[in-house]
Every structure is written in structure tokens, then in C-alpha cells.
Design a protein around this ligand. Structure first.
Ligand code: SF4
Length: 104
């Protein structure tokens, strides 16, 4: 079989909306500044609101600001419609303001 490798940076989506499990689509995560950080920094607990949530998001976003793959991370979040958490220096409300307008 003659399969062509996708061009660098290409992201092809599987039917479930996620990028196909090709190394080209996921290897950016190897360089993530957060790869050894507790994911709770990036995702709100169910009861988290207000200043506590805002403070946690600021901390997460400050780490994103140092991340060499911030652009790839944000692109991923937008491509697959990540509904929760800080991705690529953006909060869920910043990516989808209408979706989260009632949950504040
Ligand atoms: S941009 Fe932020 S969330 Fe994305 S990989 Fe980097 S540190 Fe992690």
C-alpha cells in the first residue's frame, strides 16, 4: 500500500472530531511546558467560581506564556472544540464566550 505521509503541521480529523492518531498531530505535546504539571491547574473543579477560578486561570495562562507550543495547543483546542480548561493560553470562556455565558 502506498500511503502518503501528511505534510508537517497537517491535522486531519477522525470521524469523532479528534485528529487522527498520527505522530504529526500529537507530537507537539512532547514539548508542552505543562507536561509534568498537575492538570488541576488547567481545569476547574465543579464548584470553582469567581476569584478562585480567575486566580487559577491566571496561573495556568502564565505557564502557557512560557510554552514553546502555545500556538499548536490553542490550534488544537479550537480545532476539536475543547469545551473545558485552559489551552494555549485561553480559557474556555475566551474560546467559547456564548457557551459559558450562563455558568458564571
Ligand atoms: S500552551 Fe499551556 S496548556 Fe498548552 S501545552 Fe503549553 S502550557 Fe500546556
Amino acid at each position: 500500500m502506498n500511503r502518503r505521509k501528511p505534510p508537517a503541521g497537517a491535522v486531519t480529523k477522525a470521524p469523532d472530531g479528534l485528529p487522527y492518531p498520527l505522530i504529526e498531530n500529537w507530537e507537539w505535546q512532547d514539548y508542552a511546558a505543562c507536561k509534568d504539571v498537575n492538570p488541576e491547574l488547567f481545569f476547574a473543579a465543579e464548584s470553582e467560581r469567581g476569584l478562585r477560578k480567575h486566580a487559577r486561570e491566571l496561573l495556568a495562562k502564565s505557564l502557557c506564556g512560557t510554552c514553546p507550543v502555545q500556538r499548536e495547543c490553542r490550534r488544537h483546542a479550537e480545532l476539536v472544540g475543547e469545551m473545558y480548561g485552559v489551552w494555549g493560553g485561553t480559557t474556555e470562556e475566551e474560546r467559547e464566550p456564548a457557551l459559558h455565558a450562563r455558568s458564571r
